[in-house]
Design a protein around this ligand. Sequence first.
Ligand code: COA
Ligand code: AMP
Length: 637
Amino acid sequence: MSRYHEVYAHWQDDPEGFWAEAAAGIDWFTPPRRVFDPAAGVYGRWFTGAECNTCHNCIDRHVKAGRGDQPALIYDSPITGGTQRVITYAELLVEVSRFAAVLQGLGVGKGDRVVIYMPMVPEAVIAMLACARIGAVHSVVFGGFAANELATRIDDAKPKLVVSASCGIEPGRVIAYKPLLDEAIDIASHKPQKTVILQREQVTADLRDGRDFDWHELMEAAKRDGMMAECVPVAATDPLYILYTSGTTGQPKGVVRDNGGHMVALNWTMENIYGVKPGDVYWAASDIGWVVGHSYIVYGPLLAGCASIVFEGKPVGTPDAGVFWRVIAEHGVKVLFTAPTAFRAIKKEDPEGELIRQYDLSGFKALFLAGERADPDTVQWAEHHLRVPVIDHWWQTETAWAIAANPLGLGLLPSRYGSPGVPMPGYEVAILDDAGQPLAAGELGAICIKLPLPPGCLPTLWRNDQRFRESYLSRFPGYYETADAGFADADGYLFIMARTDDIINVAGHRLSTGGMEEVLAGHPDVAECAVLGIADDLKGQIPIGFIVLKAGVDRDPGGIEAECVGRIREKIGAVASLKVVITVARLPKTRSGKILRGTIRRIADGEAWTMPATIDDPAILDEITEALRARGLLRGA
Ligand code: COA
Ligand code: AMP
């Protein structure tokens, strides 16, 4: 029997009482004066008056409670040929305290921002926790983003310091990070005063005197001098981090996370959603550059006293599609969390699950999926071969934890294919029509969350309350707009069908087609352009671009298309996965000039579509269909 309905009803009856109980799982230096203050912030703030420290709750308190010898981080790096390192809670305390002292020595204090641009190595986690320890605000930038994107984030966050590494490693290539960082600092108008660079053996970065410092040298010196930083008390409402996520333009949104509410919420999820206890091994196969990495590689597992796997590799090719099973068996992973795309990649390489059977997975209890829609085929394949519950759950960077799930810890409800489950306590989900009226079960509409958002969710965007209001709160007064469309069935199970904005989801990565259009429009030969996401068997969606050339351009369109592909890689990064740009004579538009991206997508995906009544010239859609056919991009054709 699941306790879900009872627990959800308890939250509905007494939301503040519910979160006050959950807050007992956290150490506070000063307890909250109020659980929720509706008058503070844009829509209210959680745990006002409290003082706390997230690093203390992630490390110190576990060491004090006698867990010092237990693994905190298990680094497993098949991409470097099998490097492994186990860091206990006691060792993590030393490393983090030392790096926190290094940061203080470089002039970083409470409230200062630190950008972290690093691959999946334990030092990245140490840097994040060290910031938390001294009340500095970290902003991690995913390693797959190019210099330009890094510069945009540097300009918005205005960091005092950047922590980076000499390189990241992708299959078959080593990516030198330092030149990208130097370029980003050149492009940015805000100039961070200092950088700390972790030199890796694959590439040695050149360090500029006075600005760039060597991680190992600083840590050695701190060790020699016995420098260790204590936890600095911060307000529960102070920012722990800023994480940039794609918005509808090339300017990403700086999602702010606070300290108190975030700890309370994530700690609650570990036991109640994921069903893990202190000492269990938990693995989120993601990257610290994404919210999944923040919440479930770093903060969630450590708050709960689990061991967290830091995996530097890919689901396939490092060295094979059995690597996930090897890691689970070797380190005793109880719960794995990843994106469906990783499973589609594994299924493609090992359709019969032969590699799965080579490992002892008896300790493995559940697979959680998120980041994109979990297609029933993939879920059923995983259920069949793994013989554990496969649980889809739905959330976004803004929320930091699941809006809807099937809570393993509370007892599983019957699952429904295609649904990420039911709303979690804290979230009152409503499906609204265009006029903001609630829709009946089964009717498709905008998925919204009644305010206030629960602890852990963003209180605002970094130094931009106005954009926060406009982006999320203005369309449906009293609600937070998720920008996902879908419906709820009669039993309250949610079904997430599409985004209502121009965000696409590529291999579980959230990308803005508007941002890509801005880059294509910057090509000197391009008059206008459109980027949209089409279905892809592996990545879920991939972007394709259409360009119309300026009058008088008589160059080979193929060359211009290749330059456009290159520009996206250079300005946004390889992670954008834009490989196809097609030159067309004109783009289909409404009479008011709006490009019909949705119609092009439906044509490419082989979905039923109707001629928009407002179309300017129907013949253009035939031209687009032909262009897609010529590139082999017409599904089912
Ligand atoms: N640094 C630099 N480049 C990176 C990078 C990083 N941290 N991460 C990815 N890239 C590059 C890749 O090398 C690839 O480059 P290429 O075009 O030269 O091949 C490009 O960005 C696209 O990467 P990705 O979308 O990850 O595709 P892939 O083909 O390398 O791998 C999967 C496909 C399915 C194996 C991969 O997407 C995966 O492991 N997904 C797991 C899902 C996940 O982690 N989601 C995060 C949210 S939970
Ligand atoms: P991100 O902020 O990168 O985590 O992306 C969040 C978006 O990814 C959501 O708004 C959804 O569009 C999509 N998403 C995440 N999880 C799921 C899921 N389980 N099912 C369907 N879509 C999802």
